[in-house]
Design a protein around this ligand. Structure first.
Ligand code: F1P
Length: 346
């Protein structure tokens, strides 16, 4: 019996194609947004999954445009602004929220726009939301979801922000690479689903660690959150090399360490995987050109794309791992424990 969550994970190819097409037909709005953002320091913000999206999007924005972007939690924007913003110069804020109704995200947008007179852009799946109304501009991802946990909305909004960065830097080659992700995702999901389920059904595993550097760290955090939200498993995320600086002490033979492998830091990242393998962990690598990689499980993306162009492709693998783990434990991913679709505060 399928679920809403599985359906939406497998709808990612269509969501990415529609999101990309909507972006390309939205040229005037994109140009106006980029003009408003010119010479501004960009602050990416959100909550939960949308904060982890902000982490990856800010890192990708910096790598693509050469202009500094940073990610902060929406709550810190209005609760600890002096710890975030310099007293001189105005940032521009990109506020990310699937629902557009998360109180902290709306409050962050209002603080940026009203208290700091900053330019604000809503990135959301709901064009008619409070957030869209609280921001001066909006970009919409074509990824409406019924599920509580975010899957296609995360990757579609990430794709949207990468398209924005590619437009900012007039990088048409990157835009063309991003246009191919939908087809690549369709092939990937059909190729990896069964193996993700087999691994998720290994009862010997009970501790899940996701590792990533640079723009992959936000993806590692989101993969950790999916595993927690859907399967209620012990799950953690770290910058890959940071794992040696203490958290590695928790590795046992029940650990599955998943490396979201980059090209940029490939050799150093693979050494971490060897270290944890020597400690008895089961290891998994997701990335490009994995022939000869010494890991218990490898998920080859077959993308041929550079790091920043292939970021969304990692997520269906870890989403399916978490989804199948939940089903194996008899948990309904459509009704995650203690969670609601939107966190609304009084
Ligand atoms: C943010 C969020 C989700 C979480 C749950 C509650 O939602 O924290 O990340 O999985 O659904 O809301 P949004 O602001 O992106 O709508």
């Amino acid at each position: 019996m399928t679920t809403i969550t599985e359906t939406e994970i497998k709808e990612q190819p269509q969501a990415w194609a529609k999101t990309f097409d909507r972006f390309r037909s939205n040229g005037e709005n994109v140009r106006a947004t980029l003009e408003a953002f010119a010479d501004k320091r960009l602050v990416f913000t959100g909550c939960g999954t949308s904060y982890y999206l902000a982490l990856s999007a800010a890192s990708a924005w910096t790598g693509i445009t050469g202009r500094a972007g940073r990610a902060v939690t929406a709550s810190d924007v209005f609760l600890h602004p002096s710890s975030l913003f310099s007293r001189t110069g105005k940032p521009a804020g990109i506020v990310i929220s699937r629902s557009g109704e998360t109180t902290e995200a709306v409050r962050a947008a209002e603080f940026l726009g009203e208290k700091m007179d900053a330019e604000t852009l809503a990135v959301t799946c709901r064009p008619d939301s409070q957030l869209a109304g609280a921001c001066r501009r909006k970009l919409v991802a074509e990824a409406p979801e019924k599920s509580v946990v975010m899957t296609k909305s995360f990757t579609s909004m990430l794709l949207l922000l990468e398209c924005l960065a590619a437009s900012e830097s007039s990088n048409n080659e990157l835009l063309e690479e991003l246009a191919t992700l939908s087809t690549r995702c369709q092939e990937l999901i059909s190729r990896v689903d069964d193996r993700a389920r087999e691994i998720a059904q290994l009862d010997a595993l009970d501790h899940f660690v996701f590792l990533g550097q640079g723009p992959f760290y936000g993806l590692a955090c989101e993969s950790m959150l999916k595993m927690k939200e859907m399967s209620l498993s012990t799950s953690e995320a770290f910058h890959s090399l940071e794992f040696r600086h203490g958290p590695i002490s928790t590795v046992t033979d029940e650990s599955l360490v998943v490396l979201l492998l980059s090209d940029t830091a490939r050799e150093q990242e693979l050494r971490v995987l060897q270290d944890v393998q020597r400690l008895g962990a089961t290891t998994m690598a997701i990335g490009n050109d994995l022939q000869g990689v010494n890991a218990d499980f490898t998920f080859e993306l077959q993308s041929g794309l550079p790091d920043v162009a292939r970021l969304p492709l990692y997520m269906p693998v870890t989403q399916l791992l978490a989804y199948h783990r939940a089903r194996h434990k008899g948990i309904d991913p459509d009704s995650p424990k203690n969670l609601t679709r939107v966190v609304v505060l009084e």
